[in-house]
Write a protein of this length. Structure first.
Length: 222
């Protein structure tokens, strides 16, 4: 079973960023989740293309860029040029989701779509074949360190059932409040790419945490 662990940059120690990225890479992490927040779609502000551009030469990890911004189509090329490998947008923030997904596709980056907890998966009914990744938010987006909404496990199962029934190729990603206690439940429900911020990037404990998550993942029988 292949599970991707995607540490969230939001929880990184900004004073020692280069070192943090090196630790992640040395421990086998292949993807870094980068939350972009505009203070409008979500109440918080975080990261822009200039920071991503500066980080790009520091690591070979894939940059998985989650755009929590209104009208993301305005910035997709900018983030692609800055070094994103994967770009994810919210239907709740797009006027024309299909067009926005086509714009991402045209950049050659992988195409992701993310749903807030209150948004049902049915909004994606005609989009499933266009996307490489569906990110189910397991908290309301905007802040790291929030409590996981357990009811989202049912939504993960529902999406996994749609994927299985139709043989779709998209990856199911989850983000928000994932920790050592609940990671097994989200994977059992069907998630295969797990974003973790505050319960992974902890100064002095990051290496131990990664080993713990890798062990938990290895122990899961599906
Ligand atoms: O995108 C988020 C909030 O908008 C996530 O919650 C964040 O990336 C992960 O942080 P944590 O694991 O601490 O919940």
């Amino acid at each position: 079973m292949s599970i991707v662990l995607s540490p969230s940059l939001l929880a990184a120690d900004m004073g020692h960023l280069a070192q943090e990225l090196q630790t992640l890479e040395e421990r086998g992490i292949k993807a870094l989740h980068i939350d972009v927040m505009d203070g409008n779609f979500v109440p918080n502000i975080a990261f822009g293309p200039d920071q991503i551009k500066m980080l790009r030469p520091l690591t070979t990890m894939k940059f998985d860029v989650h755009l929590m911004i209104v009208k993301p189509e305005r910035y997709i090329q900018t983030f692609a040029d800055a070094g994103a490998d994967a770009i994810t947008v919210h239907p709740e923030a797009c006027t024309h989701l299909h067009r926005t997904l086509q714009i991402i596709k045209a950049t050659g980056k992988t195409v992701g779509v993310s749903l807030n907890p209150a948004t049902p998966i049915e909004v994606l009914e005609y989009m499933y074949e266009l996307v490489d990744r569906i990110l189910l938010m397991t908290v309301n987006p905007g802040y790291g360190g929030q409590k996981n909404i357990e009811a989202m496990n049912k939504k993960i199962e529902q999406l996994a059932a749609v994927k299985e029934a139709n043989n779709y190729s998209f990856e199911i990603q989850v983000d928000g409040g994932i920790n050592k206690e609940n990671i097994k439940a989200v994977i059992t429900a069907g998630a295969r790419n797990i974003v973790i911020g505050s319960a992974l990037l902890q100064r002095g404990k990051t290496e131990e945490n990664i080993a713990d998550y890798q062990n938990i993942i290895r122990s899961i029988q599906l």
